[in-house]
Design a protein around this ligand. Structure first.
Ligand code: ZN
Length: 80
């Protein structure tokens, strides 16, 4: 697992099991919420909360190649 920051996002060379890197169309970021917070949000009808982290995962082999907890990434990718 690689930690992704806004400084290294464009230059990072990480590959999943089937050989795709962050620039591949198959690797996409997705927001991850801690389950306890997720259910709390549903219960109280809260939406638009910031995720805990962003994971970049391959849609072919489902391998997670990196994650970010950078506040700017959390805001930017929160609806993915
Ligand atoms: Zn893959």
């Amino acid at each position: 697992m690689t930690i992704i920051t806004k400084e290294n996002l464009d230059t990072l060379e990480v590959y999943c099991s089937c050989g795709h890197n962050l620039k591949s169309v198959w690797i996409s970021p997705r927001a991850k919420h801690r389950p306890i917070k997720f259910w709390y949000a549903i219960f109280w009808g809260v939406s638009g909360g910031k995720p805990d982290r962003i994971e970049w995962a391959c849609r072919l082999c489902h391998e997670v190649v990196g994650e970010s907890t950078d506040p700017e990434h959390l805001l930017h990718y929160r609806h993915t």
